[in-house]
Design a protein around this ligand. Structure first.
Ligand SMILES: [Zn+2]
Length: 241
């Protein structure tokens, strides 16, 4: 028994650039099993065709089948054929524990990104509860059938990871720098200087006009040198897109 699978677009990032696979899948295997065995979690797959007909993940593969497997793309395909429903709300994320730097960058841009959960099952549970997208490099986590939305971060470089996620989820229109706490993801609310006199040093109060407080953890933010470094980072990042 032999089947063929051809991967398109960004899916080939996950197969070291290889497009076509031909192999013996064994008996009674679903196309989902076959695709995931080649290293691509189902969350990355948007539709599959067999001889020009759409099939779903439960299709049992047969000798001689040749499948085409596609990522999300702009082809004029009816929604009913999508195996992963399009994410239509403002994207929010739950990030795996090894993506700390990417999390800081996303929060800096105002993109909601929860972080700090270590256990894979708890990450999945949290993502399902909050309708969030899981960001991870752990493909096995995204192969769990209950996961709907998830993205395998490709690069090891946090700056390139940021670029990947911004492009993948069209985040440009959602970028609102300095509206989210870098520590806990809470929303930052502007606060008058006379309301924070007990909380920041006198020299800071004398030097800065504008302050914001995290509505969740209470941390106070102001425009110090760290802030200027972040402004430069964001400027450079946006210019590089
Ligand atoms: Zn906070």
């Amino acid at each position: 028994m032999k089947i063929g699978i051809r991967f398109f677009g960004s899916l080939c990032d996950l197969t070291n650039g290889k497009h076509i696979f031909e192999f013996d899948p064994g008996i009674n295997q679903t196309i989902k099993d076959c695709i995931e065995r080649l290293g691509i979690p189902h969350t990355e797959v948007f539709f599959i065709t067999l001889n020009g007909e759409f099939v779903d993940f439960s299709k049992i593969v047969c000798d001689g089948d040749f499948y085409c497997v596609y990522p999300e793309c702009n082809l004029p395909i009816e929604d009913l054929h999508f195996l992963t429903p399009k994410y239509s709300a403002e994207p929010r994320f739950v990030a795996d524990i090894h993506l700390g730097k990417l999390v800081k960058y996303l929060r800096m841009l105002g993109i909601s990104t929860e972080y700090g959960i270590i256990d894979d099952k708890m990450i999945i549970k949290r993502a399902l509860e909050t309708q969030s997208i899981i960001l991870t490099k752990d493909r096995n986590m995204l192969k769990e059938s209950i996961v709907t939305y998830g993205y395998v971060v490709r690069s090891d470089s946090p700056k390139i990871q940021l670029r990947e996620v911004v492009f993948r989820y069209n985040l440009l229109k959602y970028i609102k720098p300095f509206t989210r706490c870098m520590e806990c993801n809470g929303n930052l609310i502007p606060v008058m200087r006379d309301k924070i006199t007990d909380e920041v040093p006198k020299r800071v109060q004398d030097s800065f006009q504008e302050f914001a407080r995290c509505s969740n953890c209470g941390k106070i933010y102001w425009g110090g040198s760290h802030y200027h470094n972040m402004v430069n980072f964001i400027q450079e990042f946006l210019n590089s897109l």
